[in-house]
Design a protein. Structure first.
Length: 550
């Protein structure tokens, strides 16, 4: 499941000025050389920092994408909301910094291809000291499976969720589901206290209603527009993950300059997903260090509608070759990104099947390499007659604005007229999943993320019929069949082969122009260590690991 897609909030990047001329100079000209496929090398990135050595009274941590709209786990699919929730709510399974999973509240047994059994571990309790029961698990999973829940896609093939023992819950499926199990380490598998949630009703996860779960922190005060305070759960059942911080204060500073200044001044201890424009300043900071970590995030140009100039596949293919992705990553994103050439980015490849995906990927690198002359030829052979292509970006985001301007200038170089249209943040968020909010828009420049390394997440939402992020109405019976079979195949190698076979069909249709695979950018003050710095932090109780450096 692509949680960012589901939330309809595609994270945009913050301020970066005075680089257009440098970018165009770096990206200008044409090349006929085929680049070598750039293999994702996790060794060059950092997934976590050395373990903390002691307690701290308080950590001030910034949510760079702003205040959460909800902390209800089943709908906490935004960057800020999911991050906070995972500190308060444990899931049935837990994610590691390398995106692998392990037992948390429960152990898991796949008793048959269509039967998954969760057994609660001894001594698991909610923050109020009461035990987590099988009834709480059944209630929470059914609540998340409700069609109104953002995470309900994970439960698509679930037939029943039943208590089958004092500490046992059995999930049965209409057909095997390769996506479900690992999703139980994300917000999809979060467990809330049934008795409390039923009383709270629609106020679950709101400033007035709060949140009662079993995580290492409890939700203290949530002052709308100001901050959120978490308090250490000193009765936390998991003795192996006792938080080092007695209190965590989340701030909501979204302005890039203000965030960098506060971090450099030591007023804020740390933050994830920092704007790319802050990289040069923070790399020189005396107050802390900047870390690039593995991430499942991508930047792309999504074809926003089935008609218009981009209905012509040759024009879409021309755009694939018109952007110098390497220069974009280096100049605009300050090296915190890699060129990406397919809808399924390398960061989403499961480690065990990486070689299979790499072989398929290399062909697309060759086919879509930066080549203005090849792009011009495709435009000349298309039905394009000079119509304006409208490219939408979110207002107030200078880095994406510069990226859009680069696309605009390189499109002009191949004879295509691009008009940039900015949308206010709320309109942009709605437009990302509601076609009525994007009339006349041909392309949307945005970033998406997956909760884990599962190719089925983005592909299902972008390519299957009737999905809200299938902007062009793409419907290919063979692709649908192969992706459905891949989800039903529990053998990861065979599942990967079916996905790659589907890729051979949908990639030539070029319904999206992938640009970059971006890193998670983390800043941590010198007095602290222990932070998880891969994007897995989003599905982990990440603040529990941060503590004194010495």
């Amino acid at each position: 499941m692509d949680l960012a897609h589901l939330a309809g909030r595609r994270l945009m990047f913050a301020a970066m000025a005075l680089i257009v001329s440098a970018t165009v100079a770096a990206c200008g000209g044409s090349s006929t050389e085929t680049p070598t496929a750039r293999k994702l090398d996790p060794a060059k990135l950092t997934s976590s920092l050395p373990a903390a050595k002691g307690d701290v009274d308080k950590i001030i941590w910034n949510l760079t994408t702003g205040e959460p709209d909800t902390l209800d786990p089943r709908n906490a699919a935004g960057y800020s909301s999911g991050q906070v929730v995972k500190n308060v709510c444990d899931s049935l399974l837990s994610m590691n910094a390398d995106f692998s999973t392990r037992p948390s509240l429960a152990t898991m047994e796949q008793r048959s291809p269509t039967e998954l059994v969760f057994t609660l571990r001894d001594g698991v309790t909610f923050s109020d000291g009461t035990p987590v029961t099988a009834d709480d698990v059944v209630y929470s999973l059914k609540r998340s499976a409700d069609p109104t829940a953002i995470v309900s896609f994970v439960f698509l093939y679930v037939e029943a969720i039943k208590k089958t023992g004092d500490k046992e819950v059995t999930v049965t499926f209409k057909q095997p589901d390769a996506l479900f199990a690992d999703s139980m380490a994300t917000i999809s598998g979060a467990v809330v206290k049934k008795e409390w949630a039923e009383r709270a009703g629609k106020d679950v996860g709101t400033p007035s209603g709060g949140l009662v779960c079993s995580g290492p922190f409890t939700l203290g005060e949530w002052k709308s527009g100001s901050g959120i305070t978490l308090t250490r759960n000193d009765g936390y059942w998991n003795k192996e993950l006792r938080p080092f911080a007695k209190e965590v204060g989340f701030t909501f500073v979204t302005d890039a300059t203000a965030v960098a200044q506060a971090l450099n001044a030591g007023e804020i201890d740390g933050a994830y997903e920092l704007p790319f424009s802050t990289v040069p300043s923070l790399q020189k900071s005396q107050k802390g260090r900047l870390i690039f970590g593995p991430s499942t995030q991508t930047v792309s140009l999504a074809v926003a509608r089935p008609d218009g100039p981009l209905a012509d596949n040759k024009l879409r293919r021309a755009l694939q070759r018109a952007v110098d992705r390497d220069a974009l990553a280096k100049v605009v994103f300050h090296g915190a990104a890699e060129a990406n050439y397919t809808l399924l980015a390398p960061a989403s490849w499961p480690g065990g099947q990486r070689a299979l995906y790499q072989t398929a990927y290399d062909a697309y690198v060759k086919e879509r390499s930066y080549d203005l002359q090849a792009a011009k030829t495709l435009v000349q052979g298309s039905s394009y007659k000079g119509d304006t292509v409208v490219l939408a970006t979110m207002a107030g985001d200078e880095t994406m604005s510069r990226t859009a301007q680069l696309v605009q200038q390189q499109a002009k170089a191949i004879g295509v007229t691009v008009k940039i249209q900015t949308m206010q943040p709320l309109v942009w968020a709605e437009a990302s999943y509601d076609a009525s909010k994007r009339p006349g828009v041909d392309l949307m420049l945005s970033q998406n993320f997956n909760a884990g390394q599962s190719p089925l997440e983005p592909l299902g939402f972008d390519l299957l019929p009737e999905q809200p992020y299938n902007y062009t109405g793409y419907a290919n019976a063979e692709v649908t069949k192969l992706l459905t079979e891949a989800r039903q195949t529990l053998d990861p190698v065979e599942s990967a082969r079916k996905i790659i076979e589907a890729q051979e069909i949908f990639e030539p249709d070029a319904s999206s122009v992938p640009l970059l695979s971006t890193n998670t950018i983390t800043f941590l003050g010198n007095r602290l260590t222990g932070a998880v710095t891969s994007f897995a932090y989003w599905s982990m109780p990440q603040m529990a690991y941060v503590g004194a450096a010495g």
